[in-house]
Design a binder for this molecule. Structure first.
Ligand SMILES: Cc1cc2nc3c(=O)[nH]c(=O)nc-3n(C[C@H](O)[C@H](O)[C@H](O)COP(=O)(O)OP(=O)(O)OC[C@H]3O[C@@H](n4cnc5c(N)ncnc54)[C@H](O)[C@@H]3O)c2cc1C
Length: 454
């Protein structure tokens, strides 16, 4: 049995994938009810592709608002509409909608979710892990800590979480606006303050605001007046702000665990890395951790993994966590630039750089996740198949997909074989998480055996 600690987005995606692969899986969640808090509200293109490979993207996209260009710091515009993806935009939708879809899928596929179960400790020997709860212990073959920033699993492993606070006293407000901005996502910064405004698509708007002049502890209540004042200072208007449904103050850290695996225990999502909210990367990165780990863990539990497969989780995902820390950190530091000349330079240089198509492509690729691959393992772009399906539909079985013309009887029981639309003598093996495991002449498919785990 695999035990997952924490039913946030990372744990729920992982649970569904393991259950789909026939692996017995239980999620232990501290909370007794489900969450309707909208923490993350941006789902990037690569995450939508992963959700597409689970049959969930279309319903999530239908309930959200699409943003095809990001306006940063007045004149800087990042175009997402040319992303080479079925989803060339940022989707604005509340985190709880993504969680609801992932939870429904996990339960339908047979995952068990136990609520009101708070992990207090764990210990492992070579063969199993013992989980400690207030009222009982449980045994598992493998454990994944997806229990968020204050992870009890990380603490039990005695892993440090080095880093630092980057921003304190950030204000969050979900509000109604009578005169909303024309730009779907409006972000601006004026030295002493910044504010971002984005729509949920249902009449409510999310404002993130920060004011260098008013730094207080996280438990100091936020007032609508405070939000109004900062928004006016930054954007020149409060957009007709009327009422709020959620006001909160929080701080943001940049931290990363040095190891994502110790023996039979793994970390994923916020338990493994946290960063500033700039770029909206947290939930997205966690979901991608889960998609990377799930098929490797399933193959291992089923005794089908080649030696070393589980170690590639750390090798592939740890550097991506570091990259996200750096890129979201750079964005937040740019937003916080204090002096006017520095801000003018930022705006001019940023606008000039993003006028260069190659720079725009690279920036959009990193922020959307579309441009992120692993060494020697690039992302597989969606493509039509001769069967009439698309690649990401074929991936919904959770198996490797071999795109090749011809008959491969030795592989049919282990992976999905799909003919390409156009005739070619080349073959591509796509991993269940949508990355290319192998590419070569169809005649040499038999040389790829090391990765044909089902
Ligand atoms: C204000 C705000 C705005 C954000 N905006 C964005 C955004 O736009 N885009 C984006 O991608 N990300 C955003 N994020 C970050 C995003 O919300 C997180 O990265 C995401 O929720 C991480 O998911 P997770 O599943 O790893 O952890 P979590 O969502 O934190 O889930 C962890 C779960 O574990 C449970 N748990 C904790 N301890 C235990 C225990 N001991 N035993 C059992 N269960 C336990 C918790 O109850 C929780 O349900 C934002 C965050 C905040 C705070």
């Amino acid at each position: 049995m695999v035990a997952i600690i924490g039913a946030g987005p990372t744990g729920l995606l992982l649970a569904g994938d393991l259950a789909r692969a026939g692996v017995p899986v239980t999620v232990y969640e501290r909370r007794t009810g489900t969450s309707n808090l909208t923490r993350a509200f941006g789902v990037h293109a690569r995450t939508l592709e992963l959700l597409d490979a689970r049959g969930l993207a279309d319903e999530i996209v239908a309930g959200g608002a699409r943003i095809d260009s990001l306006r940063l710091f007045d004149r800087i515009r990042l175009d997402l509409s040319t992303l080479p993806s079925r989803f060339p935009y940022l989707l604005i939708t509340p985190q709880y909608r993504v969680e609801q879809a992932l939870e429904r899928r996990a339960i339908e596929l047979g995952a068990r979710i136990v609520r009101g179960a708070e992990l207090t400790g764990l210990r492992q020997d070579g063969g199993a892990v013992t989980l400690e709860f207030a009222d009982r212990t449980e045994q598992a073959d493998y454990v994944v800590g997806t229990d968020g920033v204050h992870s009890a699993v990380r603490t039990a492993l005695r892993l440090p979480f080095p880093g630092r606070a980057v921003l304190t006293s950030i204000m969050l407000a979900d509000v109604r606006l009578t005169n909303p901005p024309e730009d779907v996502l409006a972000v601006n910064a004026v030295g002493d303050a910044f504010a971002m405004v984005a729509p949920f698509g249902d009449g409510w708007y999310r404002i993130f605001a920060w004011d260098r002049r008013h730094q207080v502890s996280d438990d100091t209540p936020v007032t609508l007046e405070e939000i109004r004042e900062v928004t006016r200072r930054v954007h020149g208007t409060d957009f007709g702000l009327t009422e709020s449904r959620w006001l909160s103050r929080f701080h943001s850290d940049e931290r990363q665990a040095p190891r994502y695996r110790i023996g039979r225990v793994f970390l994923a999502g916020d338990a493994a890395h946290v960063h500033s909210p700039a770029g909206g990367q947290g939930m997205n990165t966690g979901l991608q951790d889960a998609a990377n780990l799930s098929w490797k863990l399933a193959a291992t539990v089923r005794g089908k993994a080649p030696a070393g497969l589980l170690d590639t989780y750390q090798k592939e995902r740890h550097p991506v966590g570091t990259l996200v820390l750096r890129s979201s950190g750079a964005l937040i530091r740019m937003a916080m630039l204090r002096s006017r000349p520095a801000r003018l330079t930022r705006n001019a240089v940023g606008a000039a750089l993003l006028a260069v198509p190659a720079v725009t492509r690279r920036a959009a690729g990193v922020i959307s996740g579309i441009g992120i691959g692993y060494p020697g393992v690039p992302r597989a772009a969606d493509q039509p198949l001769r069967s009439g399906q698309r690649l990401y539909e074929a991936l919904r079985e959770g198996k490797h997909v071999l795109i090749a013309a011809g008959d491969f009887p030795g592989y049919r029981d282990r992976l999905r074989v799909a003919a390409p639309v156009t005739d070619t003598d080349q073959a591509v093996l796509v991993r269940p998480d949508g990355y290319v495991a192998w590419r070569g002449p169809a005649a040499s498919v038999s040389t790829m055996t090391a990765w044909t785990v089902a």
